[in-house]
Design a protein around this ligand. Structure first.
Ligand code: GLP
Length: 270
């Protein structure tokens, strides 16, 4: 048995672990267990956060763990992926507002440890350089939460984005503006630009946790997980990451053909 243990590959030797859960609720709880595990092991975790509907269940479960189990965020530092240009933090569609309403105000984060790109920055290039530098000063991102756009984007790195890109201003594609119009009164109100961490910035995180649910994400998930690595599907770069977890529900996984795990906790991988 001892010899077998030596031969069994360990998680660290794998670049990507896909976890398929039956529904969104189970997916969110499984992902929250992973975040809580990392936080308990490293109380001053540097946590990368995402907006959108995909991580809402994860945030809800983390809030529950904070309230019921005392999960402690007091030493955590956070960095958000992106923010619309031109929306003040008080705008109800800004990512500042989203994070405050859906996570920050419910847990014991120190506000001085929260970083969200400043969509109202006067000098956007200088702000982006500062954001990159601040991540480094904080020791780098330990665990980065990600959603995925229907067109394969991560953060606001749209198809065609350089896979080595850093934090910068990006023009949103028509598809993304239409996708996100559901949150605004009309498509015209959706900002045209956003500040976003680059694909290279995201890839520097020590671990990635990508969440996807619903059939509308099945093509993007298929391309990201089983397609060729290409800038036309920025999420496909996660195949090159040293430790990426992809949590998908059955609907988002419906086009995958591989055999995948249903937990990230198993010690032995096939
Ligand atoms: C936006 C965000 C992304 C997010 C994506 C998917 O464009 N910038 O970070 O992953 O939408 O959003 P949702 O989770 O709502 O499908």
């Amino acid at each position: 048995m001892a010899q077998l243990d030596v031969l069994q590959p360990k998680k660290e030797e794998f670049t990507m672990l896909v976890i398929v859960k039956n529904n969104y609720d189970l997916l969110s709880k499984e992902a929250a267990k992973l975040v809580a595990d990392r936080l308990r092991k490293k109380p001053n975790l540097v946590l990368g956060l995402a907006t959108g509907s995909s991580p809402l269940g994860l945030y809800k479960e983390l809030i529950r763990m904070h309230k019921d189990e005392g999960l402690d965020f007091s030493k955590v530092t956070t960095f958000n992926l992106d923010e619309y240009v031109g929306l003040p933090p008080t705008h109800d569609q800004s990512y500042h507002y989203f994070m405050h309403e859906n996570l920050f105000k419910h847990i014991n984060l120190d506000v001085r440890h929260i970083h969200v790109p400043q969509g109202m920055a006067k000098d956007i290039d200088a702000f982006c350089a500062w954001y990159e530098q601040r991540i480094v000063e904080c020791g780098g991102i330990d665990l980065q939460v990600l959603g995925i756009g229907g067109n394969g984007h991560i953060a606001f790195n749209e198809p065609g984005s350089s896979l080595g890109s850093r934090t910068r201003i990006k023009t949103l594609t028509g598809t993304t503006r239409v996708d996100n119009a559901r949150f605004f009164k009309s498509k015209e109100e959706v900002p045209r630009y956003a500040i976003t961490m680059g694909v290279g910035t995201i890839m520097d995180a020590k671990e990635l946790l990508l969440l996807a649910n619903k059939t509308s994400k099945s093509d993007a998930v298929k391309s990201a997980v089983e397609g060729p690595i290409t800038a036309m599907c920025p999420a496909s770069i996660i195949q090159m990451h040293r430790s990426a977890f992809v949590f998908v529900d059955k609907d988002a996984a419906s086009k995958l053909t591989g055999t995948y795990n249903d937990t990230w906790e198993s010690k032995i991988f096939e």
